[in-house]
Design a protein around this ligand. Structure first.
Ligand code: NAD
Ligand code: TYD
Length: 349
């Protein structure tokens, strides 16, 4: 059945993989990508599908009520997959207000417009909110985040995402908007902006620059290949139950320092360098304020209910990721100029 779906933040890292999957897999759907093209949005990420008949790009801000209203009137959306956000913890520490505007006000704005547009005609509609495992806070050495784990966000980023999750549930409960939420662990893969750990370190190794490891490096994250996240979003969008939350994770925990050492090893091989060349760049730096110790997801609800599992082993995913960045040096080099350099100097000087 044909549908018109609004995907927000589709020019970003995860959004571009979701847009690509939907545009290619569902030729009968019309996919509208709404993106403000902040520093993190890049239309280069979508060059391969930009001329497809079922794809439309709209540049705009989810915070702008009039604009979002007009967009709903223009396209009569059946569904929204909402990924647009400010997404980097370190930036949220220096500029929390930007996160409140986009992640909280922007989400509530979208919900308001969807509520009014769908009023009395909610059947077959869906507001899919893409969120993060960081809303659950930080784990100790044991335990996993379940869908029932209480929210306990610790950073301005995770607080803004937690707030947006609450508003989505409140709009479902109060106004009857059909919704689903997923909370995913750390993603990695092609076209991630080089402020997040893996692309930043790949870029630095490529340029022989120091690898800034925060604190003692013993912080743990659960890593998932971005295409597997996009596949999970597709499954949940089509088969998830109204009003439910699904955790998405890689069943794949690594301490930062072990992950970085594996990355260094694979980068030496990919670049044809002597063993242990990249490891020499590791530099321990001041810790991130309020740094969450450990995230780990129990994704068994998604596995048992919808039959989703990560498709890639981590070593294989990491090798594919490195190969992509090395084959797309122009993509990286275009980012490495201007504003990125300013950010880098501020963050790491
Ligand atoms: P990203 O920063 O790469 O992309 C965000 C996109 O949103 C960009 O294209 C940007 O231009 C756009 N955007 C920002 N503000 C906007 C606004 N006001 N109006 C319209 N567009 C705007 O982020 P990402 O890593 O792809 O994350 C996407 C979503 O997934 C976010 O909601 C994030 O919280 C969530 N998430 C990310 C991860 C991860 O590891 N990256 C893990 C779990 C969940
Ligand atoms: P990041 O990619 O920013 O994701 P998140 O904070 O959302 O998990 O960071 C992943 C981990 O890597 C986190 O524990 C912080 C650490 N880190 C560093 O040690 N150095 C860095 O330069 C960056 C960006 C992150």
């Amino acid at each position: 059945m044909s549908k018109t779906i609004l995907i927000t933040g589709g020019a970003g890292f995860i959004g571009s993989h979701v847009v690509r999957l939907f545009v290619n897999k569902y030729p009968d759907y019309k996919i509208v990508n709404l993106d403000k093209l902040t520093y993190a949005g890049n239309l280069e990420n979508l060059r391969d599908i930009e001329n497809k008949d079922n794809y439309i790009f709209e540049k705009g801000d989810i915070v702008d009520e009039g604009y979002v209203n007009d967009l709903f009137a223009k396209y009569n959306f059946d569904g929204v997959i909402h990924l647009a956000a400010e997404s980097h913890v370190d930036r949220s520490i220096t500029n929390p207000m930007e996160f409140i505007m986009t992640n909280v006000v922007g989400t509530v704005n979208l919900l308001n417009v969807a509520k009014d547009a769908w009023k009395g005609n909610e059947d077959g509609k869906l507001f899919y909110h893409v969120s993060t495992d960081e809303v659950y806070g930080s784990l100790g050495d044991t335990g996993l985040f379940l869908e029932t784990t209480s929210y306990d966000p610790q950073s301005p980023y995770s607080s803004s995402k937690a707030s947006s999750d609450h508003f989505v549930r409140a709009y479902g409960n109060t106004y009857g908007i059909p919704f689903v939420i997923s909370n995913c662990s750390n993603n990695y893969g092609p076209s991630q902006f080089p402020e997040k750990l893996l692309p930043l370190f790949i870029n630095n190794i490529r340029n022989g620059k120091a690898l800034p490891v925060y604190g003692d490096g013993k912080f743990t994250r659960d890593w998932l290949y971005v295409v597997d996240h996009a596949i999970a979003i597709d499954k949940i969008y089509h088969e998830g139950r109204n009003g439910e939350t699904y955790n998405i994770g890689g069943f794949n925990e690594w301490t930062n320092i072990d992950l970085i050492k594996l990355l260094c090893k694979q980068m030496d091989i990919a670049l044809g360098n002597e063993a242990r060349t990249a490891e020499k760049l590791i530099t321990y730096v001041k810790d991130r304020p309020g740094h969450d110790k450990r995230y780990a997801i129990d994704a068994n609800k998604l596995k048992n209910e919808l039959g989703w599992e990560p498709s890639l082993q981590f070593e294989e995913g990491l090798m594919k990721t490195i190969a992509w960045y090395l084959a797309n040096e122009k993509w990286m080099d275009s980012i490495n100029s201007g504003d990125y350099q300013k950010y880098y100097e501020q963050q790491y000087s």
